[in-house]
Write a protein that binds this ligand. Structure first.
Ligand code: PEP
Ligand code: MN
Length: 625
C-alpha cells in the first residue's frame, strides 16, 4: 500500500505510523512523489486498514495493485543500480558480462577473461555447476571451478558471476564469487530464491523457459522480500513454436520491465538464439531497446567447448560487437566505456588519497544539465556533481581545488566550437584529461498538464535556439527569453507557477523538477552531438593515451603554419581538428588549436614536440587523453 502523509505531519506521528506497520511485519519504504511525503508498505495481509486510516498524520491509503510489490515502480520510482565492485548495473554506462558457458580449466578461463576485458567486458561469467538437460553431459568443475573464478578475479580485476543451482552451495559461493546467477530452469525454485535473498550478494535472475513476465517478477519478489535488493533481471529467450533459434528473445520485455519495475535489465542473446551469428544482431537490438547490460558467451576454442560452443563468440567477434555497441550507446543516451574499470579505480584511488568519499565534478547549470549527464556518464554515479553559474567558475573551481574535475562542452556537431571554453583553456593552467560525446536531445518542458497552445514564452540559451531553429520558427508567436543554461531554466519554470512559460532542456531536467515534456525531440537535426572535455589539475591515469590537444601560434610569415603542419606530416601524426582563434589584444593575429592522434607526453613524441616548438612562437599542451 502507498500511504500519503499529511503535509503538516509531525515526526512523532510518522514514527508511530511506522511502528504500527513494523509490528504487523510490513516492509516499509520512504517515498517522495512530486513533493508529497509517502510511505510505501508491503505487509502480510493482517494490517487493520480501517485503524491505519484513522492514525493521526495519515491522509490517504492506496493499495498497490500489482501482486509484485517490492519490485514495482510504484513502491520504488527510481531505477535501482546494482553495484558490483566498481561496476554499476542500471546506470547510463552499459555493463557487459562475458565469458564461457562453463569453467573448463584455469588456462581457458584466464585466456578468455583477458580477451574479454581487453574488448570492454567489466564482469566475467562462467558456470561451475551446470544444469544440463542430459545427466551425461558435462556437469561443471564444481568447487574447483569456483576456485578458478576467484583466481580470474585476482589476476584480472574482473568480478565474477556464476550459477548457484542449490542452497547447498551457498557457503562455497559466498567464499569464491561476486554475483550469483539463478538459471532459467531454477527461476521458480523458491527455496533457492529465498536462499540467495538471504545471502546478500547481487543476483542475476534469469527468466524461466516458459515464464511470463509476471511470474518472473514474482520470483524477484521472493529475493527482495528476504531483504536482498541487488537483483538484475536477465531475459535469455523463452520457449516458442519457432525452431530456427534455440529460444525466442523477448525484446519487448525490456520496455515492459522498465515500466513495471525499478530493477536493471540484462539481456543474454547467447542462450536466447543459441547460434553464434545471431548473437551480435540481437545484442545491438537489445541495447537500442533499452537494456542496461548484456551477457555474452565467449570462448577461445568454441569448437571444442564443453558446453554451448555453437553460440559462443570468438574473442575477436566479441571485440567487434563491443565496438558496435560503443557507437550505438550514445544514440540511446548511454555509453559503453572501454576504460570503465581503470577510470573507476583511478577516481576511487584519488578519493581515498584525499580522504573523501567522492570526487567532486563541476559543470554549468543545474542538476539535469547536459554537462551533468556528461559527468555522470564519464565517471559513473560515484561522483559528487557540483553545479556552477558559468564556465569560468567551473575553471576557477578546478584551479582553486574546490572541485577535482570540470566538465565543459567544446563543440557541437551542428553549431561547431564553443569558443569561450577554448579561450579559457588558454588562460588557465589546467589539462583536458578525457572527453565524452553525448547525443543532445532537446525537449520543450512545461508545467504538468500544460498544452502547447497555452505556451506564450520559452526560456532558451542562444546556442540552443540555433539547434532547435525549425521548431521555434514554427511557433513564432512565442517570446524567446535568453538564458544561461537549459537546466537552470527548467528549475526556474518549476519554481514559478505560470504555466504559460516553458523551457527547453533535457529529459533528466524535466524529471528532476517534476515537469512535463510538452514536445519531444525538438532539435532540428537528430544527429545532434556535443563533445565535452573533462578538465583537471592532474591527469586521471598514467596509461598511454591516444589523443592530445595543443594550442600554438606562429610568426607572421608566409608558410609558417605549413612548416608546423609539415612536422606532423613528416612524423605521420594525424590531425583530427585544426581551428584558429583570434588572440585577445592583437587584432588579426591568431592562435591555432589542434587535436592530434598521439600521446604528447610519450617519450617517442619528444623530438616531434621539439621540432614543433622550433617552428612556433608559442606552444601549450592543453590535454592528453
Ligand atoms: C548459462 O548462463 O550458462 C545458462 C545455463 O543459462 P540459462 O539458465 O539461461 O539456460
Ligand atoms: Mn551456456
Amino acid at each position: 500500500m502507498l500511504i500519503t502523509l499529511a503535509e503538516n505531519i509531525t515526526t512523532e506521528q510518522k514514527n508511530n505510523i511506522r511502528t504500527v506497520l513494523y509490528k504487523d511485519g510490513c516492509i516499509v519504504r520512504d517515498l517522495a512523489e512530486n513533493g508529497q511525503n509517502i510511505i510505501g508498505a508491503v505487509g502480510r495481509g493482517n494490517t487493520d486498514m480501517e485503524a491505519l486510516k484513522e492514525l493521526p498524520g495519515v491522509e490517504s491509503i492506496v493499495p498497490i495493485a500489482t501482486s509484485f510489490k517490492l519490485v514495482s515502480r510504484e513502491l520504488h520510482p527510481e531505477d535501482t543500480v546494482v553495484q558490483v565492485g566498481d561496476v554499476a548495473i542500471g546506470s547510463d554506462r552499459i555493463a557487459i558480462v562475458a565469458g564461457p558457458c562453463a569453467v573448463e580449466s584455469r588456462a581457458q578461463c584466464l585466456t578468455i577473461a583477458r580477451e574479454v576485458k581487453k574488448y570492454g567486458a567489466v564482469l566475467f561469467r562462467g558456470g561451475a555447476y551446470k544444469p544440463r538437460t542430459s545427466p551425461y553431459s558435462f556437469q561443471g568443475l564444481e568447487e574447483e571451478g569456483l576456485k578458478i573464478l576467484a583466481e580470474v578475479r585476482e589476476e584480472t580485476g574482473l568480478r565474477v558471476a556464476t550459477e548457484i543451482t542449490s542452497p547447498t552451495y551457498a557457503d562455497l559461493m559466498m567464499k569464491y564469487v561476486d554475483v550469483l546467477q539463478i538459471g532459467a530452469r531454477n527461476m521458480q525454485n523458491f527455496e533457492l530464491l529465498k536462499c540467495v535473498g538471504r545471502m546478500g550478494k547481487p543476483v542475476i535472475l534469469k527468466r524461466g523457459l516458459s515464464a511470463t513476465i509476471k511470474e518472473w517478477l514474482m520470483s524477484a519478489e521472493y529475493i527482495l522480500s528476504e531483504g536482498n535488493e541487488d537483483i538484475i533481471l536477465c531475459e535469455r529467450g523463452i520457449r516458442t513454436f519457432e525452431p530456427y533459434t534455440r529460444n525466442t528473445l523477448d525484446l519487448s520485455a525490456i520496455p515492459i520491465l522498465k515500466k513495471l519495475t525499478h530493477l536493471p535489465v540484462l539481456i543474454d542473446p547467447s542462450h536466447a538464439t543459441g547460434i553464434r551469428e545471431k548473437v551480435a544482431p540481437m545484442a545491438r537490438a537489445a541495447l537500442a531497446a533499452g537494456a542496461d547490460a548484456l551477457m555474452i558467451e565467449v570462448h577461445n576454442d568454441p569448437d571444442n567447448a564443453l558446453s554451448d560452443g555453437p553460440q559462443s563468440l570468438y574473442p575477436e567477434q566479441f571485440g567487434q560487437l563491443a565496438r558496435d555497441l560503443h557507437v550505438i550507446a550514445p544514440v540511446v543516451g548511454k555509453q559503453l566505456d572501454f576504460n570503465y574499470l581503470e577510470k573507476s579505480a583511478a577516481i576511487r584511488k584519488l578519493a581515498a588519497e584525499s580522504g573523501v568519499d567522492q570526487q567532486k565534478v563541476a559543470f554549468l547549470g543545474e542538476k539535469g544539465a547536459f554537462g551533468h549527464k556528461a559527468g555522470l556518464q564519464y565517471f559513473g554515479e560515484q561522483i559528487q556533481a557540483v553545479p556552477m553559474p558559468s564556465w569560468r567558475t567551473v575553471f576557477d573551481a578546478v584551479r582553486d581545488g574546490g572541485v577535482d574535475f570540470g566538465v565543459i562542452p567544446l563543440e557541437n556537431s551542428l553549431t561547431g566550437s564553443i569558443h569561450e571554453n577554448y579561450d579559457l583553456l588558454l588562460d588557465y593552467d589546467l589539462h583536458i584529461v578525457g572527453e565524452i560525446r553525448l547525443r543532445v536531445k532537446y525537449h520543450l518542458i512545461g508545467h504538468p498538464g500544460t498544452k502547447l497552445k497555452d505556451v506564450r514564452k520559452v526560456l532558451v540559451p542562444a546556442p540552443v535556439v540555433a539547434q532547435c531553429r525549425d521548431f521555434l520558427d514554427g511557433n513564432e508567436a512565442w517570446e524567446r527569453v535568453p538564458v544561461n543554461a537549459t537546466a537552470s531554466a527548467v528549475k526556474y519554470i518549476s519554481d514559478s507557477d505560470d504555466p504559460s512559460v516553458a523551457a527547453i532542456g533535457s529529459r533528466e531536467a524535466a524529471e528532476l523538477h517534476g515537469m512535463d515534456i510538452l514536445a519531444e525531440g525538438i532539435e532540428s537535426n537528430p544527429q545532434n552531438y556535443s563533445r565535452f572535455a573533462i578538465i583537471s589539475r592532474q591527469p586521471l591515469t598514467d596509461e598511454a593515451k591516444n589523443k592530445s590537444s595543443i594550442i600554438f601560434s606562429t610568426s607572421h610569415q608566409p608558410g609558417a603554419l605549413l612548416e608546423v603542419l609539415k612536422v606532423f606530416s613528416d612524423n605521420s601524426v594525424n590531425l583530427v581538428k585544426l581551428e584558429s582563434r583570434p588572440i585577445h589584444g592583437k587584432p588579426w593575429q591568431y592562435m591555432f588549436y589542434a587535436d592530434l592522434e598521439a600521446d604528447a607526453r610519450e617519450k617517442a613524441f619528444k623530438p616531434i614536440l621539439e621540432a614543433v616548438e622550433e617552428k612556433t612562437d608559442f606552444l601549450k599542451i592543453i590535454g592528453v587523453y
